[in-house]
Design a protein around this ligand. Structure first.
Ligand code: NAP
Ligand code: ZN
Ligand code: ZN
Length: 348
């Protein structure tokens, strides 16, 4: 039977979000049904709701940082039981047979991952509706278990902001003896700081908001560079192994590339939707790399949650009610959130 749901939707590009009722698809044998408790607001939701990444699918119920409780399971489900704490992230399915799907990289599925919203499910007709709602239905393969000791509101942002920083930090070997920089102390960036510090790397925050310095140091960052100060980047200490750019807007990359040591890597994570100009001379000097990274595979998502359970890591959140979502969008764009808005799903 279809699951009646209440949420908030964008009905056309750039329109404000409004209350919206809809049905979730009929659960299949391998599906779990959940009551959502909290849903995070990612800057990617805003980019898509405003078509900053190109044409989008409307009506759109955004949201891909979901934490909830299982209320029903299909008869083929083995991983979950009613009452379990369950998380859903940025994708809900993939082809399951390509080289990447078979090798722990299903988020890079060669047929394209199936996003949690803003597109069709793999049946080619059901519009995927995201987490700004009170229920969800997902194949158990793409859902993860939330450790019992973690606060659910702080867990929701781990499902995108968390994994998106955990994955490149692991891939490029952040740890003791490594110097890591995080550009932008927003939803993604603050998780990058927490993970980089927990992994043992010397960690620097590059921020255009001087007022965030105390918070950055409180999260364990070893250094803070206020990028609005004239010459701050040119005079900054060099020798970084890894710099992660989480900024949602376009910035000049060259001053950051210059901070990388021999073989160092600048990873693009923020996606403004605009192309960049690169100075090749800065790359070839010191054999520097410019790379990109997108979220993380569902297995790594579980690994990250288990790591968070062990280290007691969650996101710093401002919990809001549904009728504040439009204000939260404006404040996120203005870099005015500590450090992730999370919607209390009981308010839908
Ligand atoms: P967010 O919470 O809005 O944080 C972005 C941060 O960027 C801000 O807090 C601010 O940090 C900095 N910033 C914003 N505007 C700036 C400007 N004009 N100049 C310099 N710095 C600026 O956003 P988010 O949710 O963390 O997402 C960040 C970006 O990552 C978005 O583009 C999003 O779409 C993308 N994203 C990518 C992936 C992926 O898989 N690669 C996943 C999720 C999101 P300071 O105030 O500290 O300067
Ligand atoms: Zn996201
Ligand atoms: Zn695939």
């Amino acid at each position: 039977m279809a699951t009646a749901s209440k949420g908030y939707a964008v009905l056309s590009a750039k329109a404000p979000l409004v209350p919206f009722s809809f049905d979730r698809r009929d659960p299949r044998p391998s599906d779990v049904v959940l009551d959502i408790e909290y849903a995070g607001i990612c800057h990617s939701d805003i980019h898509q709701a405003r078509e900053e990444w190109g044409p989008a699918t409307f009506p759109m119920v955004p949201g891909h940082e979901i934490a909830g409780i299982v209320t029903a399971v299909g008869n083929a489900v083995t991983k979950f039981q009613v009452g379990d704490r369950v998380g859903v992230g940025v994708y809900i399915d993939s082809c399951r047979k390509c080289e990447n799907c078979l090798n722990g990289a299903s988020h890079y599925c060669l047929e394209g991952m199936t996003g949690t919203y803003n597109g069709l499910e793999r049946d080619g007709k059901t519009v995927a509706m995201g987490g700004y709602s009170n229920t969800f239905v997902i194949d158990e393969t793409y859902a993860v278990k939330i450790p019992g000791n973690l606060d659910m509101s702080g867990v929701a942002p781990l499902m995108c902001a968390g994994i998106t920083l955990y994955s490149p930090l692991k891939h490029w070997g952040a740890g003791p003896g490594k110097k890591v920089g995080v550009i932008g102390l927003g939803g993604l960036g603050h998780m990058g700081v927490k993970f980089s510090v927990a992994l043992g790397a010397e960690t620097t925050v590059f921020s255009h908001s001087a007022k965030k310095e105390d918070d950055a140091l409180g999260m364990g960052a070893h250094h803070f560079v206020d990028t609005h100060v004239e010459g701050a980047l040119a005079n900054a200490t060099k020798g970084y192994d890894l710099i992660l750019n989480t900024v949602s807007a376009e910035i000049d990359l060259d001053p950051y590339l210059r901070l990388l040591k021999l073989n160092g890597t600048l990873v693009m994570i923020g996606l403004s939707g605009k192309p960049y100009a690169i100075n090749a001379g800065t790359l070839l000097n010191q054999r520097r790399s410019l790379a990109g990274s997108m979220i993380g595979d569902v297995h790594q998502l579980q690994e990250m949650l288990d790591f968070c359970g062990e280290k007691n890591i969650v996101s710093d959140v401002e919990v809001i009610k549904a009728d504040y979502i439009n204000d939260a969008y404006e404040r996120t764009v203005a870099s005015d959130v500590k450090y992730r808005f999370v919607i209390d799903a009981s308010s839908f």
